[in-house]
Design a protein around this ligand. Sequence first.
Ligand SMILES: [Zn+2]
Length: 74
Amino acid sequence: MVPDAMRFCFDLAVEGILADGAELAIDHRPGAAHCRTCGLDVRLDDPILLSPCGSADLEVTGGRELQIVSMEVG
Ligand SMILES: [Zn+2]
């Protein structure tokens, strides 16, 4: 075994985990909001607050949170 090569591979693996693991490390919970314009209850699947009617006048009613589940690697 060559320690330097092992280290190199490990660094590459860690970089790959960090790059691909962003979604794994963050628990993205869909939220809900109430549109003040059309009265529709909107499910928020992405960070953009926008009602299907085009209005951005939304009242967040719950569930919307980003939680760091784990920052550990390896
Ligand atoms: Zn609306």
